[in-house]
Design a protein. Sequence first.
Length: 22
Amino acid sequence: NTVEGKIIGINSIHVSYSGITP
């Protein structure tokens, strides 16, 4: 659970909300 991991997780959530598959 590094900072980079959290950023990746947040980005994946935004991508999901955008309706785009990562």
